[in-house]
Ligand binder design. Structure first.
Ligand code: SF4
Length: 403
């Protein structure tokens, strides 16, 4: 008996992005690096599941939801989540709490129990074992349901393939039909009435009507074609600037190494069937690319400005200057007292232990200095924090335009 091919919307997305990447991930089973945006999205999905769990008669309060989020978040380190630094992880943590607080302010009055949350559905159909995780299904009555998918990225847009996949899965799933029939025993047919993307960072919901049967049919033929190509071992790379730039398999990809990867035992000489090694085709720039370029350029200018400031301070101190003039700007040095951490990671750990992390959001020297003078912080906690800080003199550069 031929086994069904295990398949999902994300697997299909990866194959369409680049069949070679799919091969690395799902044939060679090479895991990708952890990505901070997946960790962030998972944490918020868990909170939504916690809020709406149909098995809990009462909805959690905001402090309970925040505590649940903290607990989930603190189970892994910043590296395990895929953040580049503790600071970036803390910024993600602060953003997660902000989103939960805003979500409660907007929706807590209208919480209700949906049909299901985070339902893992496996549908065996047309030689595929189709695995989907459905964030939330609401029952609208009369056999009609609404499917809601939470989005946590920077932007949200209509993704027809995902909508089609959900409609196909839900309308053919005996498990979901049986859930509806438990609620409404007279239902014979299940129909997806609405599909919705809920963008948590902006609390904005985009709702779509069900897709016509013809569109679903055409989409499904596309899915079956992808599945046929996978079964036939068609994994030719389709390089492109966007997908290759962020691809974890670049250093073993035949496009870049000129050799075919043959598993952990080594490389084989590249077969004639591969296209010649080439620099990825430049793709037209998207708005996201343009934004990324501007962010990088702006960051580079800020880095350069910081470096110049350091050099100006060093030269002025060397010459014993308190003030100096350029053609258009005046530079002046002032002395300030500042706090320094003897071990920043230990400060973060201590704030966590003392339950003070949410008071600081991001533990900069000034926020920790604020805690040391905060009347609501116990003296013992202050003493423990103080043990990781030292006072130091610093010089600040002030630049002022003179003309
Ligand atoms: S580096 Fe590019 S061509 Fe190679 S697997 Fe990744 S996405 Fe595909």
């Amino acid at each position: 008996m031929v086994r069904n091919l295990s398949f999902s919307y994300s697997k299909m997305g990866m194959y369409k992005e680049c069949p070679q990447k799919y091969k690395f991930r799902y044939v060679h089973m090479l895991p990708e690096q952890p990505k901070y945006y997946f960790a962030f999205g998972t944490a918020l999905h868990e909170v939504m599941e916690y809020i709406y769990n149909p098995e809990n008669p009462a909805f959690p309060s905001l402090p309970e939801a925040l505590a649940f989020f903290d607990n989930h978040w603190n189970k892994t380190s910043f590296e395990q989540k895929g953040y580049a630094s503790v600071e970036k992880e803390l910024a993600g943590y602060a953003e997660g709490r902000r989103i939960i607080e805003a979500y409660y302010a907007k929706n807590a009055e209208s919480f209700f129990h949906p049909l299901s949350v985070e339902m893992k559905s496996t549908l065996d159909i047309d030689g595929l074992s189709l695995i989907s995780i459905l964030d939330r299904i609401d029952y609208l009555g009369g056999g009609k349901v609404k499917i809601l998918d939470y989005k946590t990225g920077k932007t949200v847009q209509r993704e027809p393939d995902q909508l089609y996949m959900y409609q196909k899965v839900v309308e053919n799933s005996p498990a979901i039909k049986s859930l509806v029939q438990q609620k409404d025993p007279g239902v014979k047919e299940l129909r997806v009435e609405q599909l919705s993307f809920y963008h948590l960072p902006t609390l904005h919901e985009m709702t779509f009507e069900r897709a016509p049967d013809k569109e679903i049919f055409d989409f499904w033929q596309g899915v079956l074609n992808v599945a046929d190509n996978i079964r036939a071992g068609k994994f030719d790379p389709t390089p492109g600037e966007n997908q290759c730039r962020w691809c974890d398999y670049r250093n073993i990809c035949p496009v870049f190494t000129g050799k075919e990867y043959n598993g952990p035992t080594g490389y084989a000489a590249r077969g004639a069937s591969f296209p010649p090694a080439a620099t990825p085709d430049p793709q037209p720039k998207t708005v996201q690319d343009e934004l990324s370029d501007k962010i990088d350029r702006c960051g580079a200018l800020l880095d350069e400005a910081k470096q110049l400031q350091k050099e100006i301070i060093a030269l002025m101190r060397e010459q014993n200057f308190e003030r100096h003039f350029g053609k258009n700007y005046k530079a002046e040095l002032s002395r300030i007292e500042k706090l320094e951490f003897t071990d920043k990671n230990k400060v973060v750990e201590l704030l966590r232990t003392l339950n003070l992390l949410s008071k600081t959001l991001v533990p900069t020297y000034s926020t920790v200095a604020g805690l040391l003078t905060d009347a609501s912080v116990p003296e013992e906690a202050k003493a423990r924090l103080q043990a990781f800080t030292v006072k130091a003199q610093d010089v600040k550069l002030n630049l002022e335009k003179t003309q």
